[in-house]
Design a protein around this ligand. Structure first.
Ligand code: NDP
Length: 286
C-alpha cells in the first residue's frame, strides 16, 4: 500500500483563507487582532521562524510587532518588556521565541506572559486548563496535528494514539489533547524499552523526537496514520523528519511529509490562537 500524503501546507492554506475572512469580520466590529513576537539574539533558525510568523500575520490581516533584543539583555529587562506588552491594548498575543540565552529562565519568561495573551499555550495556566478539559490556548504543534487529522476525516475517538516524545511543547500536550478527544494514548520517551512494540500498535503514530530515521517500516502498523513532527538536517543538509519516509509510506495509510507537513500547521495555529485571544478579550469586556 502507498500512503496518502497529508499536506500540512495545503491544509494551512485553506485555514488561512478562512482566518482572513474571520479577521475582516472582527475588524468590522472594531477588533484588530495583534501579535507581539519577541526575539532575543541572532540565532539564524529563530530569526527565520520569527520572519515566517510575521509574514503569516500579514497574510491574514493580523497586526504584528517584532521586538528584538540583543542576547546581552538581562532577565529582568526582558520580563519588564513582557509586562509592558501584557498591558498593551493593540496586542492580544505574546510570543517569546525559544530558545533563550542561558542566563534567562524560559520558565520565568513563560510565566510572566499574561495567561489571556499566552498564544503559544505554554503557560502553566493554559496547560492546567487543557488538563481539566477547559477552553484554552492549545500549544500550536499538537493543535495543528489535530487539524490535519480533521482535514483527512480521520476520527480520533477510540483510536490508539502512540506519541513518541514527551516534551512540554509537543509530546505531553499532544497526549493530553488526544485524551480529551477520547483517544487511548500511549506516550513513549528515551527510557521506553522496546519502542517498536508500542509504535506497532498505533492507529495514529505521532513522532516528536528530533532523531532522523528513528522510525522505520518495521515499527509501523499497516494502514496507520503517521505524523512526523521531527525536524533534522541530514548529512546533505536537507531537512528530514524522524520517520524513514520512503519506506514507511509503503506501509502507512496516511503520512505527513517533512518539510510541508506539521511545520506549516504549527505556524497556522499561532494565528488561530491570536484570533481566539482577540475574541476572548472582547467577550470579557462585555
Ligand atoms: P525535545 O528534545 O524537547 O524532546 C524530545 C523527546 O524525545 C524527549 O521526550 C525524549 O525523551 C524523546 N526521545 C529522545 N530520544 C528518544 C528515543 N531514542 N526514543 C524515544 N524517545 C526519545 O524536542 P521537541 O519536542 O521540542 O521537538 C521534537 C522534534 O520536533 C525536534 O526535531 C523539533 O525540531 C521538532 N519540532 C517540530 C515542530 C514543527 O512545527 N514541525 C515544532 C516543535 C518541534 P526524554 O524525555 O526521556 O528525554
Amino acid at each position: 500500500m502507498t500512503a496518502q500524503l497529508i499536506s500540512g501546507k495545503a491544509v494551512a492554506k485553506t485555514k488561512k483563507e478562512e482566518m482572513k475572512a474571520v479577521v475582516e469580520n472582527l475588524k468590522e466590529q472594531g477588533i484588530h487582532p495583534g501579535l507581539a513576537v519577541i526575539l532575543v539574539g541572532e540565532n539564524p533558525a529563530s530569526m527565520s521562524y520569527v520572519k515566517g510568523k510575521i509574514k503569516d500575520c500579514g497574510e491574514v490581516g493580523i497586526h504584528s510587532e517584532l521586538i528584538r533584543f540583543p542576547d546581552t539583555i538581562s532577565e529582568s529587562e526582558l520580563l519588564q518588556a513582557i509586562r509592558k506588552l501584557n498591558e498593551a491594548n493593540a496586542i492580544h498575543g505574546i510570543l517569546v521565541q525559544l530558545p533563550l540565552p542561558d542566563h534567562i529562565s524560559d520558565r520565568k519568561v513563560i510565566e510572566t506572559i499574561a495567561p489571556e495573551k499566552d498564544v503559544d499555550g505554554f503557560h502553566p495556566i493554559s496547560l492546567g486548563k487543557m488538563m481539566t478539559n477547559q477552553e484554552t490556548f492549545v500549544p500550536c504543534t499538537p493543535a495543528g496535528i489535530v487539524e490535519m487529522l480533521k482535514a483527512i476525516g480521520c476520527p480520533v475517538a477510540g483510536k490508539h494514539v502512540v506519541i513518541v516524545g514527551r516534551s512540554n511543547i509537543v509530546g505531553k500536550p499532544a497526549g493530553q489533547l488526544f485524551l480529551n478527544l477520547d483517544a487511548t494514548v500511549t506516550t513513549c520517551h528515551s527510557k521506553t524499552k522496546n519502542l517498536s512494540q508500542y509504535t506497532k500498535q498505533a492507529d495514529i503514530l505521532v513522532v516528536a523526537v528530533g532523531r532522523a530515521g528513528l522510525i522505520g517500516a518495521e515499527d509501523v502498523k499497516e494502514g496507520a496514520v503517521v505524523i512526523d513532527v521531527g525536524m533534522n538536517r541530514n548529512d546533505q543538509g536537507k531537512l528530514v523528519g524522524d520517520v524513514k519516509f520512503d519506506e514507511v509510506k509503503e506501509k502507512a495509510g496516511f503520512i505527513t511529509p517533512v518539510p510541508g507537513g506539521v511545520g506549516p500547521m504549527t505556524r497556522t495555529m499561532l494565528l488561530e490562537n491570536t484570533i481566539k485571544a482577540a475574541k476572548w478579550l472582547k467577550q470579557n469586556e462585555r
